[in-house]
Design a protein around this ligand. Structure first.
Ligand code: ARG
Length: 473
C-alpha cells in the first residue's frame, strides 16, 4: 500500500516502486512508530479531530496491531512502500476507514525522523551498556597484571618499561570516552521533531512540546524546517560508532600481535579462536582481525551519510531515506562485535614471563640516565646526549646499561656517578613514575579504582535513561 495516489492516473511502475520502497529495512522502526501513533492519537482526541469514541476504537486497533507485530502474525507485504504505509494498512485492516484518521496533523517527514531518533536513543544505550561490560573485563584483567612489567613501545620499538596493567587499562579510558560521547549525543539530540508536519508545522498539532514530553523527549525542536531536515544527530551517532570501531580495531591489532608465536604474550581461548581448513595445527586470531577489519565499514557508513547530506537543500528531500541503512549496519555489526571481543578479553590468558622478558631490552632504561642527570641540574639536552653515549658505548662493547662500571660512567660524564645504577632496573624505573597518570603500580592501582567508580556512575546513567525510554516505547 502507498499513502498517496489520489492525483495520479496510473499506479507506480514496478521499477519506480522498487526504487521507492524502504519497508524491507525501515520495518525495524515499527515498535517506535506504534508508540508515536499512540501519543499522536491522544493528541488528536484532545484536539477534537478524532472523537473520544473513535479514539478508543483506533487505540484498541493499534494495540492489536502492536501485539500482532510482536508475535510476527502481522508482516509487511511486497505492496507496502514503507513502515508507515504498512502500519496504516494494519490499522485500517483492524478498524476500517477510521485507521486513516491517524494521518491528520503529521507527515511521514516528521514521523520517520521521530521514529529514527527513538530507535537511536534505544540502541545507543544498548551499545553503551555493552561497552561498559567490556570495560569491566578489561579492568579485571588489568588488576590481575599489576605486578607484570612489560616493554612499552613507541613506533613499535622498545621505548620504556611500563606496568602491563596500565597497557591494558588504557583501553578502558578510550572506551569510557565512547560512552561519554553517547551521553553527550543524548543530551544534545533528545529533542522531538514531531509536529513539524511536512515542513511548516501543523494547525492540528498546536503543542509539540507536550507531545515531545509524552514521547519521553527532553523537549521539542524549535524550528519545523530544521526538525524535518536535521540529520546531524545521525552523522554524530555514526561518528561515535566509527570512533568506537576504531578503538576496537586497535584492541584487535594488539591481540593479533600479542598472540603471535614471536610475542607469545597472550593465548586466546579456543572458544574465541578459529582454525585453518588446510593446516591442522593452526589456531588463528580471526576474531581480533575482524575487530580490525570491521572498522572499515563503520568509517564507510559515516562517510556515506556525510556525502548524502552535503549540499542537500534544507527540509525533507527523499535523499534522506538513505540515512537509515548505514546506521542499522553499524549498530548491527557492533552488537555482534562487542560481546565477542568482551568474551575474548575475559578468557584471554596472559603469559607474564613472556611479557616481562623483554622489558629491559633495547636500552629501554636510557631515559633513567638522562633523568638522573637532569635532577642534578644538568640541562636535559646534555643529559640526553650523555645517555645516548652510554647506549653507544654499551652497544659497541656488547653490554647492558647496568653493566657499566663506575669508572666507565664517570668517564662519559663527571656527574654520572655510580648512584645511577639504582635506577637502572625496570622495577625502579616503573615505581618512580608516581604521578596520577604514571605507570607505577601505585598510580595504576589508584586509576583502576577511579575507573571502577566511573563505570558504576555510567551504569546508573544508562539504567535511568532506559527507565525514561521504557515510557517511550
Ligand atoms: N521512507 C522515507 C524515509 O525514510 C519517508 C517517506 C517520506 N516520503 C516522502 N515522499 N515525503 O525518509
Amino acid at each position: 500500500m502507498t499513502l498517496w495516489g489520489g492525483r495520479f492516473d496510473s499506479a507506480p511502475a514496478d521499477a519506480m516502486a522498487a526504487l521507492s520502497r524502504s519497508v524491507h529495512f525501515d520495518w525495524r522502526l515499527a515498535p517506535y512508530e506504534i508508540e508515536v501513533n499512540r501519543i499522536h492519537l491522544k493528541n488528536l482526541v484532545d484536539q477534537g479531530v478524532v472523537s473520544k469514541e473513535n479514539g478508543k476504537k483506533i487505540e484498541s486497533a493499534l494495540l492489536d496491531l502492536a501485539k500482532d507485530i510482536g508475535s510476527g502474525s502481522f508482516k509487511y507485504t511486497d505492496a507496502d512502500e514503507d513502515v508507515h504505509s504498512a502500519i496504516e494498512r494494519g490499522l485500517t485492516e483492524r478498524c476500517g476507514e477510521l485507521g486513516g484518521a491517524i494521518r491528520a496533523g503529521r507527515s511521514r517527514n516528521d514521523l520517520v525522523v521521530t521514529d529514527f531518533k527513538l530507535y537511536l536513543i534505544d540502541h545507543l544505550l544498548e551499545i553503551a551498556s555493552q561497552i561498559s561490560a567490556m570495560v569491566k573485563v578489561i579492568n579485571t584483567q588489568a588488576a590481575n597484571n599489576l605486578d607484570v612489567i612489560a616493554p612499552g613501545f613507541t613506533h613499535t620499538q622498545h621505548a620504556q618499561p611500563i606496568t602491563f596493567a596500565q597497557e591494558l587499562s588504557k583501553h578502558s579510558h578510550a572506551l569510557l570516552r565512547d560512552i561519554d560521547r553517547i551521553f553527550d549525543w543524548l543530551k544534545r539530540n533528545s529533542f522531538s521533531p514531531f509536529g513539524a508536519g511536512a515542513l511548516a508545522g501543523s494547525s492540528i498539532q498546536p503543542n509539540p512540546e507536550k507531545v515531545a514530553k509524552d514521547l519521553g523527549f527532553s523537549g521539542a525542536m524549535a524550528n519545523s524546517i530544521d526538525a524535518v531536515g536535521d540529520r546531524d544527530f545521525v552523522a554524530e551517532a555514526l561518528f561515535d560508532l566509527a570512533m568506537l570501531g576504531v578503538h576496537l580495531s586497535k584492541i584487535g591489532e594488539e591481540f593479533v600481535l600479542w598472540s603471535s608465536t614471536e610475542f607469545g604474550w597472550v593465548k586466546i581461548a579456543d572458544a574465541y579462536s578459529t582454525g585453518s581448513s588446510i593446516m591442522p595445527q593452526k589456531k588463528n586470531a580471526d576474531i581480533a582481525e575482524l575487530a580490525r577489519g570491521k572498522s572499515g565499514r563503520f568509517i564507510g557508513n559515516l562517510t556515506s551519510l556525510l556525502v548524502v547530506l552535503k549540499g542537500l537543500p534544507f527540509a525533507y528531500n527523499r535523499d534522506l531515506q538513505e540515512d537509515k541503512e548505514p546506521v542499522f549496519d553499524s549498530i548491527d555489526q557492533l552488537l555482534i562485535l562487542l560481546p565477542a571481543i568482551t568474551g575474548m578479553i575475559e578468557t584471554a590468558q596472559f603469559n607474564s614471563a613472556a611479557i616481562s622478558k623483554g622489558a629491559a631490552d633495547g636500552f629501554s632504561l636510557a631515559t633513567e640516565i638522562a633523568d638522573f642527570l637532569a635532577k642534578k641540574q644538568i640541562p636535559f639536552a646534555t643529559a640526553h646526549e650523555v645517555a645516548g653515549e652510554c647506549v653507544k658505548f654499551c652497544e659497541k662493547n656488547g653490554i647492558e646499561l647496568d653493566q657499566l662500571s663506575d669508572a666507565q660512567l664517570i668517564a662519559i660524564h663527571p656527574a654520572l656517578t655510580g648512584e645511577v645504577k639504582v635506577f637502572l632496573n625496570v622495577q625502579g624505573a616503573v615505581a618512580s613514575r608516581t604521578s596520577s597518570m604514571g605507570t607505577s603500580q601505585k598510580s595504576v592501582t589508584a586509576a583502576l579504582s577511579q575507573l571502577k567508580k566511573e563505570i558504576s556512575a555510567v551504569d546508573e546513567v544508562i539504567a535511568n535513561q532506559r527507565k525514561r525510554l521504557s515510557g517511550m516505547i
